[in-house]
Write a protein that binds this ligand. Structure first.
Ligand code: GRF
Length: 196
């Protein structure tokens, strides 16, 4: 059974969906949920489900990303994961970290990549007058939000949509997309999932 570590920074709603689906499908087990924020609400939710958790506060490291990642990597590697899922993880990773896990590290991004890499994706889609939006799961490579596509889900942008209403509609699809992609990826199948 594949061993999956999940990195979060906040509430971890995507992480919780991955935990649920792995338990349901029995195709993988969560060996760690880790965060760069000790106060991340997702940590207590994962712990409540008996999943080992870890927190490495990035702030004491200042701008020394490598030093922060050295501590985080030790905690991750101690659980011997086969797959690393970034799920609402809000730190930029160095090329060294990415190289260490390349080919087995996934991320979910709230836009239809290659449109809108980076932040504030929903505000940018609304400002552009897009009629559809969505989310993408991709393999993580050195270029930010640009690795091989593993899944995409589309939603309509509706009249009167705000950043919050659009984000909520996309998040619902994230929760469907990420587990379906993880199931395939864990089975060695990189055929992209397309929803909506
Ligand atoms: C979501 O919009 C996700 O697309 C982005 O982080 C946000 C929060 O995710 N990566 P979660 O609820 O912490 O999983």
């Amino acid at each position: 059974m594949k061993r999956v570590a999940i990195l979060i920074s906040g509430g971890g709603s995507n992480m919780l969906e991955l935990l649920r689906d792995m338990a349901e499908g029995g195709y993988a087990e969560a060996v760690l949920v880790a965060s760069n924020d000790p106060a991340a609400k997702g940590l207590e939710k994962a712990a409540a489900q008996g999943v080992p958790v870890a927190a490495v506060d990035h702030r004491p490291f200042g701008g020394d990303r490598e030093a922060f990642e050295a501590v985080l990597t030790r905690k991750i590697d101690a659980t011997r994961p086969d797959i690393l899922c970034l799920a609402g993880f809000m730190r930029i990773l160095t090329p060294g970290f990415i190289r260490r896990y390349e080919g087995r590290m996934l991320n979910i991004h709230p836009s239809l990549l290659p449109k809108y890499p980076g932040l504030h994706t929903h505000a940018r889609a609304l400002a552009a007058g897009d009629t559809e939006a969505g989310c993408t799961v991709h393999e993580v490579t050195a270029e930010l939000d640009a690795g091989p596509l593993l899944g995409q889900a589309r939603v309509p942008v509706l009249p009167g949509d705000t950043e919050d209403t659009l984000a909520a509609r996309v998040l619902t699809l994230e929760h469907q997309l990420y587990p379906q992609v993880l199931r395939r990826f864990a089975a060695g199948d990189r055929t992209p999932v397309h929803l909506g």
